[in-house]
Ligand binder design. Structure first.
Ligand code: ES4
Ligand code: ZN
Length: 319
């Protein structure tokens, strides 16, 4: 049986499996540029983050209606339950939908229909994290935050994702300040492809409470010491890092070095449909390719609850 765990770094749009993409394309009268599921899967060969994002944004065009977003989230929650997930903090990318004419209400209401029944149907408590696309203007992010105001009771936090290099966290300082003023928690992708300075900016300027990826922290001893002292969680995604060539092989993944440095490391799946595995598959890959022992895997699963935004009582019940 997979260990009970929380998933803290999961893009719901990155759970779109090719089979569901074809079903939704058919339902919505869309022709995909890839004629078969096999052709589509063959396109899942990436050289870096941007090469993945190109396909990720292309394929989400099949998501049009509330029911599409509900089906997407239900498919994820069904798989997550089988992987031992008891709590999921789920990213979504509003601008990737509003920019192609899908109203934010459609996205949030569709996702919420699945999330609202998730504890009952799948034994998984959930939270939503609204991500801003860092490769689009900060003014658009601020507008998105404003559009989300009627839905804030459903949203726990804001995040920052998409193409990292050349789009530093400092560009979003005012947006994150506005989000904090609305009572939202803050996380940010940093140090996936970008330098350690982006992690410092996420901490000091955005007041990020968790760093998504953060693997390049290893290049800065002062940053490593800071992350260890403050026990700021990293949401690490091993299969993602290898597929996007941030790390050459699983055997060379820096997760053990981050643990040795005393950091609060968690294991997550990122975009599981694209990267070859869901969250338990990531744990198994660490066992197989890095030789992590049972005690370490258990510690990683415990860390996932510790690093979550769950209230202390549910945390205690789950750890
Ligand atoms: C993402 Cl792996 C990754 N990095 C940054 N942004 C993303 N959005 C979806 N997956
Ligand atoms: Zn991510």
């Amino acid at each position: 049986m997979p260990l009970p765990k929380a998933e803290l770094h999961l893009h719901i749009e990155g759970t779109l499996e090719p089979e569901l993409a074809f079903t939704l394309a058919h339902r919505n009268g869309i022709t995909l540029p890839h004629p078969t599921v096999q052709d589509l899967r063959a396109a899942y060969s990436f050289t870096d983050l941007q090469s993945f994002l190109n396909l990720y944004y292309e394929l989400m065009d099949v998501l049009r209606t509330e029911a599409d977003f509900t089906d997407l989230a239900n498919a994820y929650l069904t798989r997550a339950a089988a992987q031992g997930v008891r709590h999921a903090e789920i990213f979504f990318d509003p601008q990737a939908h509003t920019s192609r004419g899908i109203p934010l209400d459609t996205v949030v209401n569709g996702l919420a229909a699945a999330l609202d029944t998730s504890l009952r149907d799948h034994g998984i408590s959930t939270a939503l994290i609204l991500c801003f696309l860092r490769d689009r203007p900060a003014s658009e992010a601020l507008h998105t935050l404003h559009q989300a105001r009627p839905h804030l009771h459903r949203i726990s936090a804001v995040g920052l994702d998409s193409a990292e290099v050349g789009h530093p966290p400092q560009n979003f300082t005012a947006v994150f300040a506005a989000a904090r003023d609305l009572g939202l928690r803050c996380v940010a992708h940093a140090g996936e492809e970008g330098p350690p300075s982006y992690i410092w900016q996420a901490l000091n300027l955005l007041h990020a409470e968790r760093i998504d990826h953060g693997i390049r922290a290893l290049e800065d001893p002062d940053l490593l010491a800071h992350l260890a002292r403050t026990q700021t969680p990293l949401t690490v995604c091993p299969l993602s890092n290898v597929r996007l060539r941030a790390v050459p092989t699983l055997a060379q993944h820096p997760l053990p070095a981050l643990l040795d440095a005393g950091l609060l490391v968690t294991v997550n799946s990122d975009d599981p449909s694209y990267f070859g595995g869901y969250v338990h598959d990531n744990y198994e890959a660490l066992r197989t390719h890095l030789g992590l022992d049972e005690a370490t895997l258990r510690q990683l699963a415990r860390n996932s609850f510790t690093a979550s935004f769950l209230p202390p009582e549910r945390k205690k019940a789950l750890i």
